[in-house]
Write a new protein. Structure first.
Length: 308
């Protein structure tokens, strides 16, 4: 398992070239850059949504200490704004990487569906960053929701088979993954500030109970989305012969490692004399989830397999 996880981790680190090697698929210009921008965008969604989610859990713990970690939401919002702006510039040049500012047709974004969605993501992150820096940071939930909806619609163009179903699956998948990744990160940061407070194990246990449902939603929507793009009779072939399938396989292997660490953390939480020893595998879970986010960013930049 360790070897498989290590090999899968190389996929996002090395970029699209190894995934495309030997498939006969062309390496579109700027694939690596687009994958990086999408990785930043996904992380910029997960951090603030996870903070809102974990902060609410922390407030529900009886007798919880007042100490809270410094918010990363504003920084994440600005990072998401820059990433969304970069992706919008690609859309504004006909999905090509612009060579100069003169190549970017900003006005043209208003004329296409993809352009309008790209602008919605830019404005959504801008509004979220400003809300996170205001006296009412919880208000960022609304623009972040708009970004999630826009990203779900963008991932499934109207020419696709049953695009609304695909967008619905992506909406649930992206929301659940953001809450899981960002929520776990913020819970661990909170526990660091609480030190040895007994309420720490209660917070971790509360998160673990919710995470079970998030994992179920992730698994169900991930399987359904994969079957829509790779029918059952072609899955094994496309997992090895297409770039999309190879990166998807890497994501599945990484998720298997994440689930193993999550199970280890839950066992420690339930049976160890010191439940907070569960933080050790939970930190490893966060590191692997960061790689999953990178793989997801690469996956969205690769050509979708042919539906035979």
């Amino acid at each position: 398992m360790i070897v498989l996880v290590a090999l899968a981790a190389l996929i996002p680190l090395l970029g699209p070239s190894p995934a495309l090697h030997g498939t006969g698929e062309a390496d579109a210009p700027g694939t690596g850059g687009i994958a990086l921008l999408r990785t930043v965008l996904f992380a910029a969604l997960a951090i603030p949504l996870g903070e809102l989610f974990a902060s609410r859990l922390a407030r529900s713990v009886p007798g919880a200490p007042e100490a809270r970690p410094r918010s990363w939401s504003a920084a994440a919002g600005w990072a998401g704004f820059v990433a969304a702006l970069g992706l919008a510039s690609v859309v504004a040049t006909g999905n090509l990487v612009p060579d100069s500012l003169a190549d970017i047709d900003i006005g043209g974004l208003y004329a296409t569906r993809d352009g309008k969605l790209a602008l919605l993501e830019v404005n959504g992150f801008l509004a979220a960053a400003l809300c996170a820096s205001s006296a009412r940071p919880a208000a960022q939930a609304l623009p972040l929701t708009a970004v999630v909806v826009a990203e779900a619609l963008r991932a499934h163009p109207t020419t696709e088979y049953s695009p609304l179903l695909g967008s619905g699956l992506t909406l649930v998948h992206l929301t659940a993954s953001s809450l899981w990744v960002g929520g776990l990160l913020h819970v661990l940061r909170t526990l660091r500030g609480w030190r040895d407070a007994p309420e720490g194990s209660a917070l971790l246990g509360l998160y673990a109970r919710v995470a079970v449902f998030l994992l179920a939603a992730l698994t169900a929507t991930g399987v359904c989305s994969s079957l829509r793009r790779m029918p059952p009779g072609t899955i094994l072939e496309q997992l090895t012969d297409t770039a999309y399938g190879r990166v998807l396989l890497a994501k599945v292997i990484l998720m298997a490692g994440v689930c193993a660490l999550a199970l280890w953390a839950r066992i420690r939480l339930a049976r160890a004399s010191d439940p907070l020893t569960a933080c050790s595998p939970a930190r490893g879970e966060v590191y692997l989830l960061a790689l999953v986010v990178a793989v997801s960013g690469l996956l969205t930049a690769l050509p979708v397999p042919i539906r035979w």
